[in-house]
Design a protein around this ligand. Structure first.
Ligand code: GUN
Length: 283
């Protein structure tokens, strides 16, 4: 079988067009959705992600403010800046780009962002709501993955889902969202005894481990849907996912490419959450 490519760029484009209309409607009601992004230090990957967020947010007509701060910033200074944005009505979303320098506690930062402006969906209160299936800001990459899966038209109910990776940002929440969609979910991770034994049973395989070409075709069930969350740069400069795409596309029914799969949806769902937050101020 040769897989159909799940075009994240196209799905993101359609959703961004819709969001741009919603931004315009909000503006007519006197509210411009505003997103504040705080970036600390000069990690090249983070810089690139933040540039993508800025470009997309501005293209949708949103107000975007970037605070790019030196890595010597103290935790207390960062927490005070977050407090300022929490209190500023012009901003409906606050995002602190991760990873943070070692001297700053990620937990303290995430918990300081008002749950009402937590457009990343990382605050424990919002994660709790997601777990309970309540309306909240869903984490962007997992929510984008659900949108891409829905785009295939394949029902998620009753499907065997295997998630490889258990990060707080992607692995854990994507499994939870798919459980909420009535899938049967298995998590594999670095201590899993025999990963292939699980992945070979997957109707839907989600891979988020951050290791280039980690999953090979012989670990994929014929006809599975493969979602590759990885973004890894090879020494040659080429960007590749966590799945060996060339092999896997001959086995899967649907597959996301890297780049152009999950990535564009992450940014789009961030915009979605910011618009959602802005709408709430009118409710
Ligand atoms: N670093 C990598 N991905 C993300 C993300 O989705 N949100 C934030 N805040 N930082 C990240």
């Amino acid at each position: 079988m040769t897989a159909t490519i799940i075009d994240g760029k196209e799905t993101a484009k359609e959703k961004r067009e819709q969001l741009a209309k919603e931004v315009e409607e909000l503006k007519q009601k006197g509210v411009t959705p505003g997103l504040a992004v705080i970036l600390i230090g000069d990690d090249p990957a983070s810089l690139s992600y933040v540039r993508g967020k800025k470009k997309a947010a501005e293209a949708m007509g949103m107000h975007f403010q970037l605070d790019h701060l030196d890595a010597s910033l103290t935790e207390e200074e960062l927490l005070q800046l977050i407090d300022q944005y929490n209190a500023n009505d012009q901003f409906h979303g606050i995002l602190v780009q991760l990873p943070l320098p070692k001297h700053i506690s990620e937990k303290a930062v995430i918990e300081r962002i008002s749950p009402d402006k937590d457009v990343d969906g990382f605050h424990p209160l919002n994660i709790g709501k997601m777990l309970l299936g309540e309306d909240t800001f869903l984490p962007c990459t997992p929510a984008g993955i659900v949108e891409l899966l829905n785009k295939t038209g394949v029902s998620l109910s009753g499907k065997e889902v295997v998630v490889v990776g258990r990060s707080n940002i992607v692995g854990k929440p994507v499994g939870q969202l798919l459980l909420n969609e009535n899938a049967t979910v298995t998590y594999c991770h670095s201590r899993t005894a025999n990963i292939s034994e699980h992945t070979l049973k997957a109707d839907i395989l989600v891979v988020a481990v951050g290791r280039a070409n980690f999953i090979k075709a012989d670990q994929i069930k014929e006809g599975a849907i493969v979602i590759d969350v990885g973004v890894n740069r090879l020494d040659t400069g080429k960007l590749v996912g966590d799945v060996d795409f060339e092999e896997a596309k001959e086995k899967a029914s649907y597959i996301t490419p890297v780049p152009g799969g999950v990535g564009p949806m992450t940014i789009t769902m961030l915009a979605h959450n910011t618009v959602k937050s802005a709408k709430r101020t009118l409710a």
